[in-house]
Design a protein around this ligand. Sequence first.
Ligand code: SAH
Length: 213
Amino acid sequence: MSWTAEQKMRLLFALRSKGVTDKAVLTAMEKVDRGLFVQGIFADRAYDDTPLPIICGQTISQPSVVGIMTQALEVGPRDKVLELGTGSGYQAAILSQLARRVYTVDRFKRLTQQAQGLFDQLGLTNIITFCADGSHGLPEHAPFDRIIVTAAAEDPPGPLLAQLRIGGIMVLPVGQSDAVQSLIRVRRTEEGLDYDELLKVRFVPLLEGLGRE
Ligand code: SAH
């Protein structure tokens, strides 16, 4: 069963009221039923604007944060996007509506397998899923036009900055893992890197190595 018109309206209202105004982003988010990405006892809260627990002790991000990050990324139809932190696959599914191709990486095999199953079910053939420690990026597929990180590091990881094309944009949370973090946007120009801070957020930490599950 897919989501109802009322659930959709409720979610879109929450997005707009938190500052997600980009038409293309709203349309993309309207096409992806978050209920498919939230399983188990929290399924009935899938359309609330709140982060929720998923398997492997991780979380699916808050829809308005997904919207704000996607909007800040300024994704175009020709863009090749790298996402670090597949998690449930929700963010990747939204990016797949806007980009040419999405490379998404998670350190948990169970998460990448489950997300891949959903991408297949939804016919999202422009997403490529990898199980790896994404903090090194994906050098064999670099450079990327856009990079989004959905787990918090203390600083933007050097290998990711190096894999961002000139003119490219990276959006990521930075800060100490348990404290409040800042969502920042980095633009790579001919001259160097420009940073701006978007809002305070709270993400699970970016960890090294592969997960056990
Ligand atoms: N974007 C996801 C939410 C991600 S939660 C969604 O839409 O549901 C953050 C994810 O980052 C977790 O699944 C965690 O396993 C992953 N992660 C943390 N450190 C990582 C690393 N070094 N490499 C790859 N994935 C990592």
